[in-house]
Design a protein. Structure first.
Length: 429
């Protein structure tokens, strides 16, 4: 049954819900109506045909209570006028919604694409959204201007995120994240004419500032490797608690394997193989590394000793377990900061240990750089290596990692005048 009448407050107050949606149409403005749901929710609607097309458009104006009948009728007239001009108000609404999409919403849509980003990448980009662009995250992304980008970049570059001092590299990384998200928004959100809601990426004003940084080469000098190793052993002996000990052990493991911090920290016991009868059959596995190339890597006797010194924690699968929410060590900055000063370095990061591993292999042990690239799970650059060389199972490169472990211990012995504590290891003589 079609219900008709002038939609007034008195009329609306008298309507009753049915077993399904009920519609009531206004006699004053054709196409203006009322929808009553079975639960009693009352919404104003407008319906009409868009001029020049066969499309029938129905649009919800809003709920009764938010709109009075007279207010909703005025909105309906505007929508009907747009339809007579050939404009679908639903397109206008979508365009309006696109124009209002926030940086936070764009980031969420970017992160939600299945299989496109690793969790660590999402976490890092999200950190920039939440920290570097905290003041912008809930504002329309289309409202970000080149001047805003220039100002924020200079703030981060000169003062850092917390005002503690210059951080140009982090400023550049944050702006690259913003540029990536705006590029995504330019492709995803359009106006009625098909043009993007953002026609020019405002971060492009920083084109000259965001040139690739020079390669980082900071590492522990090979003449200081022995002293550094002895300091680690001392720190291990005096660790104040279980988490501090796990942090030191993780640093030792990274130094001996060249692993990325996140991949070493998340190592679980079920991905470690220690063969008590054959030291060359000791290895660990990374199922989903940064380059998406699952890899099995050999363990030197020294790395095995570090792992064997760890005590498994009940109901915790991680080798380097901690009381953190993640269940394992997340950050090694504090101990590395203390150790760096003792060997005359201004700073030292977990990634610097990765460079130290490679530098030690090349300069200290005269190992082939191509093998070290594989052992640090870098994507091979040569066509032959990429297409013909097995880059996942590297357990046959045990001799190389053992050479590095032995060299580190030898340097430690020299630094301590041949009086160094050496960790007991499987297969060690």
């Amino acid at each position: 049954m079609t219900n008709r009448g002038k939609l007034t407050k008195g009329y609306v107050d008298r309507v009753k819900p049915g077993v399904k949606d009920q519609f009531h149409w206004d006699t004053e403005v054709k196409g203006f109506g009322l929808r009553v749901s079975p639960t009693g929710k009352i919404s104003f609607i407008v319906q009409g045909r868009v001029e020049g097309s066969a499309r029938e458009a129905r649009l919800t104006i809003g709920s009764y209570g938010i709109f009075t009948p007279d207010q909703a009728r005025d909105v309906a007239r505007e929508h009907l006028r747009s339809m007579r001009l050939g404009i679908d108000p639903r397109d206008l609404r979508r365009q309006d919604q696109a124009a209002k999409v926030t940086l936070r919403e764009v980031a969420d849509a970017y992160f939600a694409r299945p299989g496109m980003l690793k969790e660590s990448t999402k976490s890092e980009m999200n950190r920039h959204v939440e920290k570097a662009f905290e003041a912008w995250k809930d504002k329309p992304i289309a409202a970000i201007t080149p001047a805003d980008c220039r100002r924020r970049y200079e703030e981060l570059a000169t003062k850092g995120l917390r005002g503690r001092g210059p951080a140009p590299t982090q400023a550049a990384i944050a702006m690259v994240t913003l540029r990536t998200l705006i590029n995504f928004a330019m492709n995803e959100y359009k106006r009625l004419d098909g043009k993007p809601i953002i026609e020019h990426n405002p971060v492009s004003i920083l084109k000259k500032d965001l040139r690739p940084s020079p390669p980082r080469t900071r590492h522990v000098d090979r003449r200081n490797v022995g002293e550094f190793w002895n300091l680690l052993i001392e720190a291990r002996a005096t660790a104040r608690n279980r988490d501090a000990l796990a942090g030191i052990d993780l640093i030792m493991f990274l130094a001996l394997t060249g692993a990325r911090r996140s991949e070493g920290a998340a190592l679980t016991w079920d991905r470690v193989n220690i063969d008590e009868m054959d030291s060359t059959n000791c290895w660990w596995h990374i199922p989903d590394p940064k380059n998406r190339n699952p890899v099995w890597l050999p363990l030197s006797s020294q790395a095995v000793a570090v792992i064997q010194s760890r005590e498994p924690v009940k109901d915790n699968p991680y080798v380097f377990a901690s009381r953190s929410k993640a269940g394992h060590i997340l950050d090694t900055r504090a101990p590395l900061e203390q150790l760096s000063k003792k060997i005359g370095m201004a700073r030292l990061s977990a990634h610097d240990l990765r460079r130290t591993f490679v530098t030690t292999g090349v300069k200290g042990c005269r190992l082939d750089l191509a093998k070290l690239e594989l052992l640090t799970n870098h994507v091979p650059q040569g066509v032959t290596a990429r297409h013909y060389l097995a880059t996942s199972d590297l357990r046959d490169f045990h001799m190389e990692v053992q050479a590095i472990g032995d060299w580190i211990e030898q340097q430690a012995a020299i630094a301590a005048s041949n009086n160094v504590v050496v960790l007991n290891a499987v297969g060690a003589t």
